[in-house]
Design a protein. Structure first.
Length: 120
């Protein structure tokens, strides 16, 4: 996972340095946000796994902790990249941010309900 995250950050830096936003069009912006999203998912996943397994000492079922950390990383990355894209277009207002946060919280709630349903 570390190697994939480093490759994703390398891809994002390559897009950042080589793609001109004025000439790249929608493909350039798509590559920028997509590589950033993938790099953030990897970074947040690694940080979440480190925190859950090594700091909180949850060694008994590591794969469950990896799954939860990955889900949280996806949600945080979507929140960050969406906020960045909205801000770049001048559409990020406080109420839009709260709406986005509520949507992410609702998705986490649904994920928790599904996870509890599998355990029962």
């Amino acid at each position: 996972m570390l190697a994939g995250t480093l490759i994703a950050w390398g891809g994002w830096i390559a897009v950042l340095l080589n793609v001109n936003p004025n000439e790249g069009g929608y493909i350039g912006f798509l590559l920028f946000y997509l590589t950033l999203l993938i790099a953030l998912v990897g970074t947040f996943s690694l940080l979440g796994i480190f925190f859950r397994v090594y700091i909180k000492k949850r060694h008994h079922v590591v794969i469950r902790e990896v799954h939860i950390a990955f889900r949280h990383a996806i949600f945080m990355s979507i929140m960050a990249v969406t906020s960045l894209a909205l801000s770049a277009n001048g559409w990020l207002q406080w109420w839009v941010f709260l709406l986005l946060l509520a949507i992410i919280a609702l998705l986490e709630y649904v994920a928790l309900i599904i996870q509890e349903g599998r355990r029962a």
